[in-house]
Design a protein around this ligand. Structure first.
Ligand code: AMP
Length: 190
């Protein structure tokens, strides 16, 4: 099984790129953000717990998202691998993910990091707020919180994956198709 991580700040284009990429390589796309939004829409206990944190631009507890990932790994067997989108987002999640995979005799294949300046992030998120009606996209201070959370808690993972020799960057500028072609060229070269 292949295990790819699509990495980057909010608004970098992870979700947009992940769906066609997963289809192209027969991977199961797992977005922890989408799974959490589905729980909120359902009004489940987990959704209720996550709602306030998400709407504030903060992360939900590690064990919550790790549980969702573990369940997804167990559930999808007819695929050539997984494409993780929005996970891991903390050191603990990255270390626990490595352990989860090691227990299955598996390992991360590669981390694909979408690079984009903070200012472009803000423009893209403002646009997405209108298109997708996402609560956490609509308020400027929440967007800023998410960007700060990314720099503080998630960006340090770049060093973690660089040390493992698994980290690869793709500039997420240009059209969706252009960025997609760059990602496929990278994946094919691995
Ligand atoms: P996303 O759709 O990936 O931007 O995620 C939306 C929100 O869901 C984030 O701002 C977090 O509040 C929460 N979230 C998604 N993935 C994670 C994760 N791996 N760890 C903690 N919180 C997460």
């Amino acid at each position: 099984m292949k295990y790819y991580i699509i990495f980057g700040p909010p608004g970098a284009g992870k979700g947009t790129q992940a769906a066609p990429l997963a289809e192209h390589y027969n991977l199961k796309h797992i977005s922890t953000g989408e799974l959490l939004r589905a729980e909120i829409a359902e009004g489940s206990p987990l959704g209720l717990q996550a709602k306030a944190l998400i709407e504030n631009g903060q992360l939900v507890p590690d064990e919550v998202v790790e549980g969702m990932i573990a369940r997804a790994f167990g559930k999808y067997r007819d695929v050539d691998g997984f494409l993780l989108d929005g996970f891991p987002r903390t050191y603990t999640q990255a270390i626990d993910l490595d352990e989860m995979l090691e227990a299955r005799d598996e390992a991360i294949t590669a981390v694909i990091s979408l690079m984009i300046p903070d200012e472009t992030v803000k423009q893209r998120i403002a646009h997405r707020a209108i298109l997708e009606n996402r609560q956490d996209d609509a308020r400027e201070e929440v967007v800023q919180n998410r960007i700060d959370t990314y720099h503080r808690q998630t960006e340090p993972l770049i060093e973690f994956y660089k040390q493992q020799g698994k980290y690869h960057e793709v500039e997420s500028l240009g059209t969706i198709e252009e960025v997609g072609a760059k990602i496929r060229a990278l994946v094919d070269s691995l």
